[in-house]
Design a protein around this ligand. Structure first.
Ligand code: FES
Length: 126
């Protein structure tokens, strides 16, 4: 096992978690609500601004507990921001709100210079 916290904290200003959960039941799930299209919209927006994967990571995830038939659930960490009912059309405004129109506000709420995170927790070197 390797602890890679410092490496990831240096590379990533934020990570966008997009629920693509699919379930075979009567309950709504993000997969049925356009999650793949929303994921593609997030990736495109970041790529167009040169921010895809570094400094903004994107990953698919299972259920975030915000299930809806009206759109996809997204969490942005370590900002502790949560969105539900996100459609591909919502993505530009959502990402602009989080990262600025040119995705140049990535580090605004990232780790402080002393290495502490937004909660004031200092992580020792890996
Ligand atoms: S299925 Fe996406 S939040 Fe539950």
């Amino acid at each position: 096992m390797q602890r890679r916290t410092t490496r990831q904290r240096e590379r990533l200003g934020a990570c966008v978690f997009i629920c693509t959960n699919d379930r075979d039941s009567d309950y709504a799930c993000c997969s049925d609500a356009g999650a793949e299209e929303t994921l593609a919209a997030v990736n495109s927006w970041l790529r167009e601004r040169g921010a895809f994967w570094s400094p903004v990571g994107v990953t698919t995830t299972g259920c975030l507990g915000l299930c809806s038939a009206d759109g996809t659930a997204i969490a942005i960490q370590p900002r502790d921001e949560w969105y539900a009912d996100v459609t591909p059309e919502d993505v530009p405004a959502l990402l602009e709100r989080e990262f600025g129109p040119d995705a140049d506000s990535i580090d605004e709420r990232a780790a402080d210079a002393d290495g502490s995170d937004s909660l004031g927790v200092t992580h020792p070197d890996d």
